[in-house]
Ligand binder design. Structure first.
Ligand SMILES: NC(=O)CC[C@H](N)C(=O)O
Length: 191
């Protein structure tokens, strides 16, 4: 499988996602410009800094194109951490932050406290079982729209959600050797 899966490579830990996909036999296309989306059916948006990712995606015309492709149902998305924030309809406290707005949730950035830089906690993923969740200044999903399914929670906060072919996690599966969540995403995308 080559070129069909893309990883948004503007900022953040896109290399780790490429590596996770490689372990599944997928050679992912780095998406740095709008043209790189051609032929891509599934796009992973990495963790990093959501303001930077959002600004660059807007500047390079990627935001519009990804939104259009998701709306015409020809592109599946998987956002992790900052990537998940970029997908959200609403970012609490940051109304001006550039975002895609295709996932009907409000996200809270740094939801586990600014003091908590990072922690690991096992989460139970619906259909997959226990999974090591690596949380780094992680967001949480608040106010979920009707079409949004919760696939994992930490305490009472949703940390993995799905809406159609859009998957979003507050934690970083790409920072573990476990590729099950990437596999689940490819299944969701029909790949
Ligand atoms: N690990 C991450 O991706 C952190 C996300 C970061 N806190 C943000 O709001 O952009």
């Amino acid at each position: 499988m080559r070129g069909v899966v893309g990883v948004l490579a503007l900022q953040g830990d896109f290399r780790e996602h490429k590596e996770a996909l490689r372990r599944l036999g997928v050679e992912a296309q780095e998406v740095r410009k709008r043209e790189h989306l051609e032929g891509v059916k599934a796009l992973v948006v990495p963790g990093g800094e959501s303001t930077t990712i959002g600004k660059l995606a807007r500047e390079y015309g990627i935001e519009d194109e990804v939104r259009r492709r998701v709306e015409e149902d020809s592109l599946a998305l998987f956002g992790t951490c900052a990537g998940a924030i970029w997908l959200a309809k609403e970012i609490l406290g940051y109304p001006e932050q550039p975002r895609l707005g295709v996932l009907d949730v409000a996200v809270e950035r740094n939801a586990f406290g600014r003091q908590v830089e990072s922690f690991e906690e096992e989460v139970e993923i619906k259909g997959l079982g226990p999974f090591r969740g690596v949380f780094i200044r992680a967001p949480a999903f608040r106010r979920l729209g009707e079409g949004v399914e919760v696939l994992a929670e930490l305490g009472d906060l949703p940390v993995l959600v799905r809406q159609g072919k859009v998957l979003a996690s507050a934690f970083h599966p790409e920072l573990t050797p476990d590729t099950r969540l990437h596999r689940l995403f490819l299944d969701l995308a029909g790949l």
